[in-house]
Design a protein around this ligand. Structure first.
Ligand code: MG
Length: 369
């Protein structure tokens, strides 16, 4: 399928732990970041290099994984299963790493590097490999918890002026109905949704139902990630569709959540589910059942951003994702051609592999000791 049969002989896996300054601090889901620390993986092989990006943050506020755990897991348990192996291809990577439980973001970074390597060797783009059906995707943007309602409305206005076609507001206790109502009043026609990162309990459903009159596309992950039954109850109680993020860690989890009525819209993040191949399986499952879907974001660098744009060009992605330009978060990206916005859309990369070239000088500049 990729034009060669011998597979990859992985000679070495190098890790790069960077700290990229954010243009403005990011606050959401209990995390407060001034910099986006990021872990990159470089794989060296008989077929050349491949790069992968780990979605984990510096601290475990989004999920149990964090950069320190990913680094240790890759070095101690995952990389030794791949380095020296002969005839590896991306399809075999999940099985090779399966004896290690969990650590999906760490595994995803390695699978991505193998994909990048084999697709580069075959001269094929990731979008073509996945079966993308679009050459541009609608750009959406996430806005973190703001200091005040005025600051939030200003931030939304700035993003709307830049052309973003959908805005997602992070919400938390005491910063929900009032700020979201203010944004809706100022932007009556805006495609708008909210993300709670699991901040509420079933006792809050009456309060959250006050969002129902605001014409939101969805409310994302109102309850704890393991509370699928609670989300099913929330879906009955709230008119706003329930979207899940943190809860959906695999195709099995997605199938369960959708089947019991806990999830009406899927936020798909490759790192959260262990890689792009599992993400593709979730996509296919949802597409077959017409479950609405969009591609989430983890403040990726241009590398992960490019790969997500390719994924979001598949036909099952029916809603704009958290897919924004590099400059939304970063003054300097670590790819040579940052992701840019044009008329509210982002071009699907067409180059071999993930379609971006790494800026080695920038990587070294932002690299932590
Ligand atoms: Mg989310």
């Amino acid at each position: 399928m990729l034009g060669y049969t011998e597979g990859v002989h992985i000679e070495a896996i190098d890790l790069f732990h960077l700290s990229l300054p954010l243009r403005s601090p990011w606050r959401a889901g209990g995390g407060h970041l001034a910099d986006r620390e990021v872990l990159l993986v470089r794989l060296r092989s008989n077929l050349g290099e491949g790069w992968g990006e780990c979605a984990a943050f510096a601290m475990p506020f989004y999920s149990t994984e964090y950069i320190g755990s990913a680094r240790r897991t890759i070095e101690e348990f995952l990389a030794p299963r791949l380095v020296g192996a002969i005839g590896v291809d991306s399809a075999s990577v999940p099985g090779m790493l399966a004896p290690i439980t969990g650590h999906r973001m760490a595994k995803s970074a390695l699978e991505m590097a193998v994909l990048d390597c084999e697709l580069r060797a075959a001269g094929k783009s990731f979008a073509d490999y996945l079966g993308a059906t679009r050459d541009r995707v609608d750009a959406g943007v996430a806005i973190g918890i703001a200091g005040s309602v005025g600051d939030l409305c200003d931030a939304v206005a700035a993003r709307v002026d830049e052309g973003y076609r959908r805005v997602k507001l992070k919400i938390e206790r005491k910063r929900d109905v009032i700020p979201v109502t203010a944004v809706r009043e100022q932007f009556p026609a805006l495609a708008l949704q909210v993300d709670a990162n699991g901040a509420y309990t079933l006792d809050d459903l009456d309060h959250l139902s006050r969002l129902d009159s605001l014409g939101l596309l969805l409310i994302e992950q109102p309850l704890h990630e393991d509370d699928l039954l609670g989300h099913a109850r929330a879906a009955e109680r709230l008119a706003t569709p329930i979207c899940l993020d943190e809860s959906l860690v695999s195709v099995r989890a997605t199938e369960t959540a959708v089947t019991i009525g806990a999830c009406e819209v899927v936020n798909l993040k490759p790192g959260r589910v262990g890689g792009y191949l599992e993400a593709k399986r979730i996509h296919d499952w949802c597409l077959e059942r017409s479950v609405p879907m969009w591609c989430g974001g983890m403040l990726e660098t241009g590398l992960g951003r490019a790969a997500n744009v390719a994924l979001a060009a598949l036909p099952g992605f029916t809603l704009p994702g958290d897919l924004s330009a590099s400059e939304r978060f970063y003054q300097h990206d670590i790819v040579t051609e940052p992701i840019t916005l044009q008329d509210g859309t982002i071009a699907v990369p067409t180059g071999p592999g993930m379609g971006v070239d790494m800026d080695i000088e920038a990587i070294e500049r932002f690299r932590l000791p």
